[in-house]
Design a protein around this ligand. Structure first.
Ligand SMILES: Cc1ncc(COP(=O)(O)O)c(C=O)c1O
Length: 384
C-alpha cells in the first residue's frame, strides 16, 4: 500500500533557498521575478506621487494575497478586487482596504460580503443601479459603521456602470441618504481602450470618454455630492488619466507583471515602456523527434489564449518562435538550420495576457536572481 505522503507532489517547495534553484524548477511553473516586480511597483508609486494621485492597484491581475501585501507595503492605499471570492480570499489572509469593482447581485455573495463587513473587514463596494441599494441595506445592520460605496459610472465600455447622468445622480442621492451605506465617490473604468497600442489614438478615444466622467463629477458636485474618491483607469490609460486630472486614484493592475499584449502598447508617448516583464512561464522541452521543431510541456492549460501568442523571453532561442500545440503542449518552431535544444531544456515565455494566465495556476514561484526564494499561493484564483 502506498502511504499518502508518497502520493503528495509538492512541486518545487524543496528548492526554496537553494542557490541556482530557479533553473531546476519542475515545470510548467509560473515564475515571478521579485526584483523586477519591485522595480515596476516602485516606478508606478513614483509616478503616482509625482502626479499627486493615489494607487489602488487591481488585485485581479495577481489574485495573490501575498502580492497584495507587497503593494500595500509599497504605498498603495488599498487593493481592488474583481470578484467576491477575490475579496473574501484577500480578507481571510488579512489584506485590508478592499474595493470590489464589480456590481454584486447574487444573494450568497451579498451575504458573504456583508458578513465580512460586519466582522470588521475593510471593504468598499460599487453600485450601478438604484434598486441594488436595498439588497445591501436589508443585510447591513449597523449604522455606526456604514459600508462605503462608489457610484459606478459607464464612460463608454458598456459593461457595468450607470449609463446616464440621471442614473448616476439618483444613485449618489440614494447612497447619501442611506443609514448603512455611505456615499464615498465615483468609479469609472474603461477596459478596451487600455490596449489601443498607439498612444495618440488611445488618447483621442479615451479623452472623449473622460468628458462623460467630467460631466458626471460636475453634476454630482452641483447636487451637493462632490466625490471624495474618483477611482479608475488602468496601466494603458495611466498617463492620460494623469494628464486629464479627474481621478484621485488609479486602479492600474498589469504594470506589475506586463505581458505580450501590454508590451505592444505605447504606454507613454514616444518613450519605451518603463515596466519590465516580471511574470514568465517556464516550460521544458519534452520531445525533439521531429526536425524543425521541439515540443514543450506548456499549451492551452498553461496560458490564457485570448491574446497574442506567448513570446520567448531573452535571446536564448533567438530565431525560434512558440506556437500553441495542444492542451498540455506547445512547440518551438526552429529557425532555418537552428540546432534543436536538448530534452529537458527550460524555456522562459512571456505570457500573452497576464491576468487570465495567472488564474490558471495555483502558485507563483518567486525568484531572486537565479534562486527560488518562495512560493506564493494564488489564493484568489477561480471565477466566483
Ligand atoms: C475595473 C478595473 N480596474 C482596473 C483594471 C486594471 O487594468 P490594467 O490591468 O489594464 O492595468 C481592470 C482590468 O481589467 C479593471 O477591470
Amino acid at each position: 500500500m502506498l502511504s499518502p505522503d508518497k502520493l503528495t507532489f509538492a512541486a518545487n517547495a524543496d528548492l526554496i533557498g537553494t542557490p541556482g534553484s530557479a533553473a531546476q524548477l519542475t515545470t510548467p511553473a509560473l515564475v515571478l521575478d521579485l526584483e523586477r516586480f519591485h522595480a515596476n511597483q516602485a516606478h508606478m508609486m513614483g509616478l503616482c506621487h509625482a502626479a499627486g494621485i493615489k494607487l489602488r492597484p487591481h488585485g485581479k491581475t495577481h489574485k495573490c494575497s501575498r502580492l497584495a501585501f507587497e503593494q500595500l507595503a509599497a504605498g498603495a492605499v488599498g487593493i481592488c478586487c474583481a470578484t467576491p471570492h477575490e475579496a473574501i480570499a484577500f480578507a481571510k489572509a488579512g489584506v485590508g482596504k478592499l474595493l470590489i469593482t464589480s456590481p454584486v447581485v447574487q444573494p450568497r455573495h451579498l451575504r458573504a460580503l456583508t458578513d465580512l463587513h460586519e466582522a470588521g473587514a475593510d471593504l468598499m463596494i460599487v453600485i450601478d443601479r438604484v434598486d441594488a441599494i436595498a439588497a445591501w441595506e436589508t443585510l447591513l445592520g449597523n449604522p455606526e459603521r456604514p459600508l462605503p460605496a462608489l457610484v459606478d459610472i459607464d464612460i463608454g465600455l458598456g459593461r457595468t456602470g450607470a449609463s446616464t447622468l440621471e442614473q448616476a445622480l439618483a444613485i449618489g442621492r440614494r447612497l447619501s441618504g442611506s443609514r448603512t451605506l455611505a456615499y464615498a465617490g465615483v468609479q469609472a473604468y474603461s477596459g478596451r481602450v487600455q490596449h489601443i497600442n498607439d498612444y495618440q489614438e488611445r488618447r483621442r478615444i479615451y479623452w472623449a470618454q473622460l468628458d462623460r466622467l467630467e460631466a458626471c463629477l460636475e453634476a454630482l458636485e452641483n447636487a451637493g455630492l462632490p466625490a471624495p474618491i474618483v477611482s479608475g483607469g488602468g496601466t494603458g490609460t495611466f498617463a492620460i488619466d494623469v494628464e486629464r486630472g479627474l481621478y484621485t486614484e488609479s486602479q492600474a493592475g498589469s504594470y506589475i507583471f506586463m505581458d505580450v499584449e501590454y508590451n505592444n502598447v505605447e504606454l507613454f508617448e514616444g518613450r519605451n515602456n518603463p515596466y519590465d516583464v516580471s511574470l514568465t512561464l517556464r516550460a521544458s522541452i519534452i520531445s525533439t523527434n521531429v526536425p524543425g521543431h521541439v515540443t514543450l510541456n506548456a499549451g492551452f492549460k498553461s496560458f490564457a489564449t485570448d491574446g497574442p501568442l506567448p513570446e520567448l523571453r531573452g535571446e536564448a532561442f533567438a530565431g525560434a518562435r512558440y506556437e500553441l500545440y495542444g492542451d498540455e503542449y506547445g512547440r518551438l518552431v526552429l529557425g532555418p538550420g537552428q540546432p534543436a535544444p536538448r530534452i529537458g531544456t527550460c524555456v522562459e515565455l512571456v505570457t500573452p495576457h497576464c491576468d487570465p494566465t495567472v488564474n490558471l495556476h495555483d502558485q507563483l514561484h518567486v525568484i531572486e536572481g537565479d534562486t527560488l526564494v518562495d512560493i506564493w499561493r494564488i489564493d484568489g484564483r477561480g471565477v466566483l
